[in-house]
Design a protein around this ligand. Sequence first.
Ligand code: FES
Length: 119
Amino acid sequence: MDSKVTIFRLDPRVEQASRYETYLVPEEGWMNLTVLDTLRYICEHLDPGLSFRESCRVKAICNICMVRMNKKTVLACDTLSTAEMLIEPIENYPLLKDLVVSFSDKPITGEDVGHFEQG
Ligand code: FES
């Protein structure tokens, strides 16, 4: 079974309006994998232009991979993918591109961490 993954897309440097792209991801790209693994799969196999952040790649060390999954803030590296997902950038941070936001003006705080919901 494919996973239907819909992702917010916008490059504010060259686009004026955001859009949502939907990808059908085969089981090898999502089943028993994290959201971060699925984003990597999409980037490697379906859309190399997709931008997202990762750093430590090991469950909840750096917090850089925060995204909104089905309207809840999660760590992409610590949340399992599902058969249907809406992935968006986290709120209240300046958008740089797609799922990448800037933390330079507003460092990640304990308040942000409190909004995490484990998948
Ligand atoms: S990549 Fe570091 S917490 Fe997810």
